[in-house]
Design a binder for this molecule. Structure first.
Ligand SMILES: Nc1ncnc2c1ncn2[C@@H]1O[C@H](COP(=O)(O)OP(=O)(O)O)[C@@H](O)[C@H]1O
Ligand SMILES: [Mg+2]
Length: 421
């Protein structure tokens, strides 16, 4: 019988029991030979053969040691040692780093409540660890994700514990298998011996429901094998839909990978309502500036319309906006037509010609040109530089038309400005 302060292997001084499984106790201990004197605490998982403990358990225990030894993730406790002790009975011990903190089960027992934002952060961290495990070759399926196997460290990070149930090889059809997992958290397919990465996602979903409701999944009602949790939580619809996809009884409807689950948690569900869909589409076209004149990319509705700067000053406007078609306004006889085309297509072409930081930046720039155009071309209206304009008109056919168009343009521009406000 092991007792606190007992030293085993001449090295590990037991301090207190952490795990409540009497046949397979988990102890907090002090490593008396620790190289790092400021960090002597370790966790020792022990297994004694005999009684109810079968070879099956030893197989899982040895595998746990082997797997842990090969894992390297900052949020999985590091392997330190594996040993066997042969006194009156045969003992096996697995030593790993101790992580100060409390398991989610301890926190739930203390009636701690978990808000949506906190549960999302926990989910994201567990999914990141699962991405690491599931993308190893061969994939490692934890098979026993539940609150007692997840630790909230004092450093506020989440750690995944207990690799005593892992599966690292696909199970042969027709072969024997050990059913592992915990009722309520384990999906149906796992009871049939078929544990896949998606099985860990189901267990994660059930764990999150436990955090949100304070009730173990086995205490919640079920309908068509699905945990009915909505009445017990007050969370956003998007998050509830996302959890639904984790606890789908049917494998083909469940998230197929941790990567997909985390992506949709961050980006929101793929199946969107019409309103969110429209909003996304709008935000998608926002940044297609600089896509080239011949591109068929859509132009945001907000910038479509008449461009007064391009119309009034087609030649000068062309340079900073990189719309070289404006140079044609120099050609006698067609200048005015070019100015009309520039006015109507200027926004679209300028938008596509170069990269704009935002629609607002684009609008501001064009507004500046419109004002400049009005000032320069508006002068003839005052009569001060009518002669200059006439001269310009003789030089470029563009300006000749302005005498007729300007008064109308001025009124239209004022209307346009007041409408856009
Ligand atoms: N590395 C560790 N650091 C801190 N606490 C741990 C660590 N490993 C286990 N524990 C604590 O011990 C408990 C039991 O350990 P676990 O590995 O889950 O064994 P069991 O097979 O009994 O479930 C955990 O719920 C956790 O509270
Ligand atoms: Mg455990």
């Amino acid at each position: 019988m092991l007792e606190s302060s007992q030293i085993i292997q001449n090295r590990y001084q037991l301090e207190k029991i952490l795990g409540d499984n009497p046949a397979r106790p988990t102890w907090l201990a002090k490593d008396l030979q620790s190289h790092d004197r400021s960090y002597p605490e370790v966790v020792i998982k022990l297994l004694s053969l005999g009684g109810q403990i079968q070879w099956e358990h030893l197989k899982l225990f040895e595998r746990e040691a082997q797997i842990l030894q090969n894992l390297n993730h900052p949020q999985i406790p590091k392997y330190r040692d594996y040993f066997s002790v042969d006194d009156r009975s045969l003992w096996f011990g697995l030593v790993q780093d101790y992580i100060p903190g409390a398991s989610l089960k301890q926190l739930l027992n203390e009636k701690k409540r978990f808000a949506e934002s906190r549960v999302k952060r926990i989910a994201t961290q567990i999914l990141q660890i699962l991405i690491y495990l599931h993308e190893l070759n061969p994939a490692i399926v934890h098979r026993d994700i539940k609150p007692s196997n997840i630790l909230l460290g004092k450093d506020d990070n989440i750690y995944l514990l207990d690799f005593g149930s892992v599966q690292d090889k696909p199970i042969n059809q027709g072969g024997t298998f050990t059913v592992v997992g915990t009722y309520g958290y384990t999906p149906m397919e796992q009871f049939g011996g078929k544990a896949l990465p998606a099985s860990d996602l189901y267990a994660l979903g059930a764990t999150l429901i436990h955090l949100l409701t304070g009730l173990a999944p086995s205490e919640l009602p079920q309908k068509n094998l699905r945990i009915q949790f909505r009445k017990y939580v007050s969370i956003s619809e998007d998050f509830a839909i996302w959890i639904d996809r984790l606890i789908e009884p049917a494998l083909e409807k469940r998230f197929s990978s941790a990567r997909q689950a985390v992506q949709e948690l961050i980006e929101g569900p793929k199946v969107k309502t019409d309103r969110t869909k429209q909003a996304t589409e709008k935000s998608l076209v926002k940044n297609n500036s600089g896509c080239g004149l011949s591109s068929s990319q859509p132009v945001p509705a907000e910038i479509q319309g008449w461009n007064w700067g391009a119309f009034f000053l087609p030649l000068f406007w062309s340079f900073p906006n990189q719309v070289w078609i404006g140079l044609l306004s120099l050609v006698p006889g067609v200048g005015f037509v070019v100015a009309l085309i520039m006015g109507s297509k200027g926004n679209e072409w300028a938008w596509k010609s170069r990269n704009w930081r935002s629609i607002e930046q684009f609008k501001q720039h064009q507004r500046g040109w419109a004002i400049a155009g009005l000032l320069v071309m508006g002068l003839p209206l005052t009569g001060i530089s009518f002669g200059v304009m006439a001269l310009l008109g003789a030089l470029t056919s563009t300006s000749a038309g302005f005498v007729v168009v300007l008064p109308l343009a001025g009124i239209a521009y004022i209307l346009y400005q007041s409408k856009s406000k």
